[in-house]
Every structure is written in structure tokens, then in C-alpha cells.
Design a protein. Structure first.
Length: 467
């Protein structure tokens, strides 16, 4: 596959194998459809048919000892019977997302018994996986963290295979999960604070601030820029509690009023999303949507006036002058806390919660919105993430506008119990430990016009989903 993860993982693994002196023993081969734009992009990255590093999809599937299945989730849903049948006995099927397990559970089928099934899921989109790996070549081995799972160990060494894959990706730290836990937390998280919720938050706040009399430019700065700038930096380096503590007394009061009003409405949507993912409804929704792409491709999401304003704001941005808005911070942190609290109540472990609710948002995704806006963030992710963000962002927008902001305007008092729960929450200690394992450098987002080398895309060439 050659979507969000394919270019990044292929190049990282190839570079790692070469650096380890194993290029004569291990070959990275890309399986694509000849004649497609992706084939040309892979050739531009140095993968060629002549060298045995590029071939037709099912030829590569049949020949692989370790098959990394990085095609779109919709394609996995339709092609998995053929792919599983084509694998040779004893081969390892490698997934970077547990989506396929959810599809197969819906279909009532299992994996073949004579293969290994493992997962390595980088905690960020493909461009982040490649960019941090490239930076890591120069700075202290930086890379993006990942989770791993061994779903089926036919050969007895599936754990070694999964960890070797993660190391080759450049992941400095890899935490254990299960295939089922990963797809539930991942599909859920990208619909919540990682993508969908933050999109809904900033659009609702932009309108609110304009209605209160701010100029369009100031409304954008106090909704989008404050999140992707100072709020993001503080949470990434010191955590959510430190963000609250950095405000003066008046700012803390504003933060907590926004938090008190937003937490329960946000959690209402978070619970709905999680349960739709867990029961298979959200996976069915994705499969159905991809089957409609030929008639109803995904539309653009950055054409509204606020995102045009954002282009002007970014053009004249002075980082040190971006405001730290306490109301925005309260809404954002309340939604982040609702995202992670739902995962905790559903039985997920802290390493997964912190990565899927906080670290992936602030260290991998938000920097892309900071660089070029919401589409640059959302549409460099998988089809599943892009569809989920489009579906659920309006729900967060609506519930915040209709419930949270109305409560604030009606004079809601700070909920002292909710405030204390936030200040004493176990997530702060868990995040402190996880933050020690974060990449040793901040991601440096590239915004040039290059497409197809694992870099963030400015254009989308899929015939089925023209964003």
C-alpha cells in the first residue's frame, strides 16, 4: 500500500536495514498496482521492478515472509479473503491498525491458523513517522513511538518479528496492546480529541468569539492558534495540569468554568463514539462510505471562511504573540479528559490512553494544523480517520454550542467536585511517565509541495477519495 503509512514505513525500514548492514539478507518490496500514480511515486522513492523492490500486489503477497498490509481500511475489508489465501504457510501478516480484526469479527471469520498475525501501530500519521525518523538520524535517534500486539503466534517467534519491525520503523519505545484494544482506542481516539473533536471545538469557538466582537483574525488566533501553539506546547512538555496552573487566578476561574460546562457534553459524544466502534457500527460506516466513494467522494474541509482567515493569520504569525486563551484551554482540556476518561472506564491501559488521547494529538497531529490548517492535519491520515473526523466534528461543534456555551452564558458556577477530580486525576502521573518516553525532538513539519515520499501531502490523487 502507498497511502498515509506505506511510504513512510517502507523508507524507514529500508534505511534501517541498510544501516544495520542487512541489505543483502532482507529486501523491502512494495506491492502496488502497475500504472497507478502510486507506482510512479514508489519509483521516485527508489523502489523499482528491476531491482525486485516493486511488484504487483498479489505477487508480493505470495512471496512475502513478513507482509505489512498498509492498504486503505476499505480495501482491506474487500480484499482480505484473497490476501489471506495468498499468504504462504508460516508467513507473518503485519498490521498497523486493528481495523481488519473488527471487519472480520463483523463477518464472523478468523485468521488462518498457519500464519502469524502481529501489529505495530505508530502513534501518528505516516508523514510524522517519516519526518521524526529523518530528524532522528541527526538528533539522538528520535522517532515516533508505537504499540505492538501479537494476535497469533504460529511460528513461535512472532513477538521478535513485531519488535524487530518496530525498531526498524525507528520507534524508540513500543508498548504492548492487543489487536482488539488497538482498533477500539485508535478509531475512537481519532474521532475524539485527536482529529474530530478538535476540529469541532475550533469551529464552534471561532463563531463564538466573532459573535462576542472579536475580529475574524483575533477569533482565529484565540480558537485555532492558541490550541496548536501555546496550549499544545505546554501539554506536550509539562501536561494538562501545568496548563491550568500557568494561568493567574482569573484565568484559572475562566478555564474551570469552560471545563465544567464542556466535560459532560463532550463525554456524552465520546461514549457514543466508543460504543459505536466497539459494537462494529463505526467500522460498518467506514466500509459503507468507501463503497460510495465513486459517487460521493470526500469533500474538502478547509473552504469555510475561518480557514481562509487562517491562511492570512499564519502568513503574519509571530509565535511569541499567539494568545494563551483560558476559555479555549478549558474547553480543549475538558474534551481531552472526556476522551481519556472514557477509555479508562472501558478498561484500557494508561500507556494506550496517554498515547491515543494526548501524545498523538499534541506531538503528531496538531503541529500539522498549526502549519497549514485543518485539512493538512486530517487529510494526511487514513481514509478511516478522515471519514471519522468529517462525521463527528459537527457533533462536537453542535453539543458544545448548544449545551456548554449556553451554560457558561447563563452563569454556570465552577463544579468543585469536577475541578478536584481533574486536579487529582491519575492521568497526570501516567502522562509524566509517558512524556519521558516522547521523541527527543519536536516534529519539524515540512510544507513544501513534494508528494509521495512519505511527506505530508498537499494534493490527493486517489481516484476514489478526492479531498
Amino acid at each position: 500500500g502507498w497511502g498515509s503509512q506505506g511510504p513512510a514505513q517502507a523508507q524507514n525500514i529500508r534505511d534501517s536495514i541498510e544501516a544495520a548492514g542487512l541489505a543483502d539478507k532482507v529486501t523491502v518490496q512494495i506491492g502496488l498496482r502497475k500504472g497507478r500514480e502510486s507506482w510512479n511515486e514508489a519509483e521516485a522513492c527508489g523502489f523499482t521492478e528491476a531491482s525486485g523492490t516493486l511488484g504487483e500486489v498479489f505477487d508480493v503477497v505470495a512471496d512475502s515472509d513478513l507482509l505489512l498490509l498498509l492498504i486503505s481500511d476499505g480495501a482491506q475489508a474487500s480484499l482480505y479473503p484473497r490476501i489471506l489465501a495468498a499468504l504462504k504457510p508460516g508467513a507473518t501478516l503485519g498490521l498497523s491498525h486493528g481495523f481488519l480484526l473488527g471487519v472480520m469479527k463483523n463477518d464472523g471469520v478468523d485468521f488462518r491458523e498457519d500464519i502469524n498475525v502481529v501489529l505495530v501501530a505508530p502513534k501518528g500519521m505516516g508523514p510524522s513517522v517519516r519526518r521524526l525518523y529523518e530528524q532522528g538520524k541527526e538528533v539522538n535517534g528520535a522517532g515516533i513511538n508505537a504499540s505492538f500486539a501479537v494476535h497469533q503466534d504460529y511460528t513461535g517467534n512472532a513477538t521478535d518479528i513485531a519488535l524487530g519491525w518496530s525498531i526498524a520503523l525507528g520507534s524508540p519505545f513500543t508498548f504492548r496492546t492487543t489487536l482488539e484494544s488497538e482498533y477500539k482506542s485508535d478509531i475512537y481516539g481519532e474521532r475524539c480529541i485527536i482529529l474530530g473533536a478538535v476540529h469541532g471545538i475550533v469551529e464552534s469557538l471561532f463563531r463564538r468569539y466573532e459573535a462576542q466582537g472579536m475580529s475574524a483574525e483575533d477569533a482565529f488566533k484565540n480558537s485555532v492558534e492558541t490550541i496548536t501553539g501555546p496550549i499544545n506546547t505546554i501539554i506536550s512538555k509539562r501536561g494538562m495540569k501545568a496548563l491550568y496552573e500557568d494561568f493567574d487566578a482569573a484565568g484559572q476561574e475562566t478555564f474551570m468554568k469552560a471545563y465544567s460546562a464542556s466535560f459532560k457534553p463532550a463525554m456524552d459524544i465520546c461514549y457514543e463514539i466508543y460504543e459505536d466502534v466497539a459494537c462494529g457500527n463505526e467500522i460498518r460506516s467506514v466500509v459503507n462510505a468507501t463503497n460510495r466513494f465513486d459517487r460521493f467522494p470526500m469533500g474538502k474541509i478547509d473552504q469555510a471562511r475561518m480557514w481562509q482567515v487562517g491562511e492570512k493569520v499564519r502568513a503574519s504569525r509571530v509565535e511569541s504573540e499567539i494568545p494563551l486563551n483560558p476559555f479555549t484551554a478549558g474547553v480543549y482540556v475538558a474534551t481531552m479528559m472526556a476522551t481519556l476518561q472514557t477509555l479508562r472506564e472501558k478498561g484500557h491501559q494508561w500507556s494506550e490512553i496517554c498515547n491515543e488521547s494526548i501524545i498523538e494529538a499534541v506531538d503528531s497531529l496538531n503541529p500539522y494544523m498549526h502549519a497549514r490548517g485543518v485539512a493538512f492535519m486530517v487529510d494526511n491520515c487514513s481514509f478511516t480517520a478522515r471519514l471519522g473526523s468529517r462525521k463527528w466534528a459537527p457533533r462536537f461543534d453542535y453539543i458544545l454550542d448548544q449545551q456548554a456555551y449556553v451554560a457558561v452564558d447563563e452563569g454556570i458556577e465552577v463544579d468543585q467536585e469536577l475541578k478536584q477530580q481533574f486536579l487529582d486525576h491519575d492521568v497526570h502521573a501516567a502522562l509524566a511517565v509517558c512524556s519521558e518516553l516522547r521523541p527527543s525532538v519536536d516534529i519539524s513539519v515540512e510544507t513544501d509541495d513534494a508528494v509521495g515520499a512519505g511527506k505530508a501531502r498537499l494534493e490527493y490523487k486517489s481516484s476514489k477519495a478526492n479531498a
